[in-house]
Write a protein that binds this ligand. Structure first.
Ligand SMILES: Nc1ncnc2c1ncn2[C@@H]1O[C@H](COP(=O)(O)OP(=O)(O)OP(=O)(O)O)[C@@H](O)[C@H]1O
Ligand SMILES: [Mg+2]
Length: 311
């Protein structure tokens, strides 16, 4: 593969003014086609990366190229081929979607006639034509979000950055947007972030997991699944109960509950013990959320749970 078809990020570091390092020598290489989804918990560095790649923010060090264009050296050329919906992006409130898209497209260099054709197609495709002449500020949060997606779709940009495009959308609107993105990915490169793992699984050709400014894992959903050593999960739902697995790993969830990832056999053994002791628990094969959790969370070190009560 030539670098013309790649997104290549090398040693990208971003240190904000107050010394916060949001990206720590972040590197990545993925094909610049189809959909790439970046997942990671709040504050992991997703938006920072999107802002740097879409040339809105300069890195402290490191570099990146999209389709052979360098974010620092070829900024103008890159801006021609990219469009971005920021996480906090809002359509201008005192314009209607039609006016907003038209001015954006004309700002990008289209004539008013071209802009009109493009925006009608895009509004139609997103199912928001009926709102085309309502002021943006009067639209619901989800529809406002769709107006922004419509804007980048209409722009003709081949590389589209969507920072949490479906946050706040109802399940039906989300589904509609997914369908649009699937159509769009045939001849675009879509880089999106999401907190919905199901979305990443359904849409993405490749998924990256970022944690504390570093890339922790990269691959297709099937590849990420294979990174998990233990396929079963036992969640202990009562406080202060810890079971030390013979095989597997113990993880403490944010809700304070313990989860054991382990083999099917060991999960069965632990379940029996828990039933005997009347402890509430749930047992299931790992969900995608579990896999994510497994990747970003280290198992608790023995000394951390030695003081705890366990059976
Ligand atoms: N302008 C800024 N100045 C200082 N620190 C910042 C700034 N913007 C972001 N940060 C910090 O950088 C880190 C990464 O933030 P970023 O917004 O990239 O995370 P994120 O992965 O997009 O999170 P979320 O899922 O909540 O959107 C966080 O610790 C954040 O507080
Ligand atoms: Mg973000």
């Amino acid at each position: 593969m030539t670098n013309m078809e790649q997104l290549t990020v090398k040693g990208l570091t971003k240190e904000y003014e107050k010394g916060k390092r949001a990206l720590k020598s972040f590197s990545l290489a993925v094909p610049a086609k189809g959909i790439f989804a970046l997942i990671g918990r709040n504050g992991a560095g997703k938006t920072t990366l999107i802002r740097i790649l879409s040339t809105q923010l300069s890195p402290t060090s490191g570099t990146a190229q999209i389709s052979g264009l360098d974010i620092l050296k070829d900024t103008d050329a890159l801006r021609e081929i990219i469009a971005c919906v920021p996480q906090e992006g809002r359509a201008v409130g005192w314009l209607t979607p039609r006016q907003f898209l038209s001015s954006y497209l004309m700002w990008r260099g289209f004539t008013s006639k071209e802009a009109n054709l493009l925006l009608e197609k895009s509004l139609d495709e997103l199912g928001i034509k009926k709102y085309a002449d309502t002021l943006n500020r009067l639209l619901s949060g989800g529809t406002k979000r769709k107006v922004l997606v419509g804007m980048v779709m209409a722009s003709g940009a081949k590389v589209i950055f969507l920072d949490e495009p479906t946050t706040g959308l109802d399940p039906i609107s989300r589904d509609e947007l997914w369908r649009t993105l699937v159509k769009l990915k045939k001849d675009h490169f879509i880089f999106l972030t999401t907190h919905y793992l199901e979305e990443a699984e359904k849409l993405a050709d490749k998924i990256g997991v970022v944690e504390d400014g570093k890339l922790m894992a990269l691959g297709t959903m099937a590849e990420l699944r294979r990174k998990v050593k233990y396929p079963y999960s036992v969640k202990i739902l009562s406080d202060h109960t810890v079971i030390k697995p013979r095989r597997g790993e113990l993880i403490k969830g944010v809700d304070g509950h313990y989860q054991i990832v382990t083999t099917e056999k060991e999960a069965g053994r632990i379940s029996k013990q828990l039933i005997n002791r009347g402890v509430k628990f749930s047992m299931n094969p790992l969900t995608l959320d579990d896999i994510f959790y497994y990747i970003v969370r280290k198992p608790i070190e023995a000394e951390n749970y030695d003081q705890q009560e366990y059976y």
